[in-house]
Design a protein around this ligand. Structure first.
Ligand SMILES: Nc1ncnc2c1ncn2[C@@H]1O[C@H](COP(=O)(O)OP(=O)(O)OP(=O)(O)O)[C@@H](O)[C@H]1O
Ligand SMILES: [Mg+2]
Length: 318
């Protein structure tokens, strides 16, 4: 009917296709460039695990860093704190626990899964949407909102591990606001004012964390001694402790777990991997493998399917 028709819009019209050219169904004023993967309230901050344990010295350091400026020196600067360290060290949990404990101090708290630019852009768009920015058109609308709102907002930029992403491009350039970055990438120390490496837990906290997961009854002296040994063998490393604890409780095998662990570690080391794992990774792989071997074929398939999903936002119903 309109053989030459292309590149025009019909304000408030219906969604149409004319000779293969797609025509927008909105007037210009309503056109949005909604980022891929955006969904409503995706920046709502999750809470830390109910089993959160220890890390008090680190929480104090972060607390001091984000303390409001004293009245006699009210100069404002944007504050950015980096928590870096190995996967499973507990960086995300510490950031979430900090904002849980000190939420009164901030006007708003946003959680951004910073593992991809798609997710960062979608989250910034969400910040515009949750703040009711009229005519929010793209992810830059969120940056503008943060820039223009001189408030004490807090953003957790979580799992910013990819060195190819230029994180700076996604920080609002202003003198206000607070950001915590968690990352495995120590290089990010160059873009922040303060950073801290998260390592093993102090032994007492490591043992407590193991027992929170491993024991559902008071333990005998011998059993407690055994828990101390297991936590030490796992270098008081949170992810390994949690994995081991869950298995011990499920299989009621506190007294025999060390034997399984040593066998598993030996088997992994015999595998001639391209790069031998360091002591932390070895503990994580070993504790994981012990649990994995216990699963039925159907459960393994389910977990393999889950591994294709994003590690956040997996519905509990699954
Ligand atoms: N302080 C803690 N108290 C209780 N559990 C913890 C603590 N730290 C970590 N964990 C446990 O270890 C798991 C891994 O922690 P977390 O996801 O915070 O590690 P991460 O350093 O952010 O790892 P990644 O680099 O893979 O994102 C958590 O799911 C939680 O079960
Ligand atoms: Mg993390």
């Amino acid at each position: 009917m309109f053989p030459q028709a292309h590149n025009f819009t019909i304000p408030y019209g219906q969604f149409l296709n004319i000779q293969g050219d797609q025509i927008n169904n909105y007037g210009d004023s309503q056109r949005t460039d909604r980022p891929a993967d955006y969904f409503q309230v995706m920046t709502d901050c999750p809470t830390s695990t109910p089993n959160f344990t220890g890390r008090e010295d680190i929480l104090v350091t972060i607390d001091n860093f984000f303390h409001p400026p004293p009245p006699d020196n009210p100069r404002k600067t944007q504050k950015i704190f980096l928590l870096y360290g190995l996967g499973g060290a507990g960086k995300t949990q510490v950031a979430l626990e900090f904002t849980r404990r000190f939420k009164q101090r901030f006007t708003k708290i946003y959680y951004i899964a910073a593992d991809s630019e798609i997710s960062i852009k979608a989250s910034l768009f969400d910040i515009a949407m949750v703040n009711g920015v009229v005519g929010a058109q793209n992810w830059q609308s969120g940056l503008r909102w943060l820039h223009t709102h001189e408030e004490s907002w807090m953003i957790i930029m979580d799992n910013a591990d990819n060195p190819k992403i230029s994180l700076n491009d996604y920080f609002p350039t202003c003198d206000h606001g607070n950001i915590i970055i968690t990352s495995r990438n120590a290089e990010l120390q160059n873009v922040v004012s303060q950073s801290l490496q998260l390592q093993d837990m102090i032994p007492d906290d490591g043992i407590k964390l193991l027992l929170k997961h491993a024991a559902d009854r008071p333990l005998s002296f011998n059993e407690q001694e055994q828990a101390v040994k297991i936590a030490k063998e796992l270098y008081h490393f949170p992810l390994a402790l949690v994995q081991a604890g869950a298995y011990i409780k499920q299989q009621k095998c506190l007294m025999t777990y060390l034997t399984y662990l040593n066998n598993e570690r030996k088997q992994i080391l015999e595998k001639k991997l391209p790069q031998p794992p360091d002591k932390y990774k070895l503990s994580i792989y070993a504790t994981w493998n012990i649990s994995w071997k216990q699963l039925s074929g159907r459960s393994k398939t389910l977990l393999e399917i889950c591994s294709y999903l994003h590690y956040h936002y997996v519905e509990y119903i699954i």
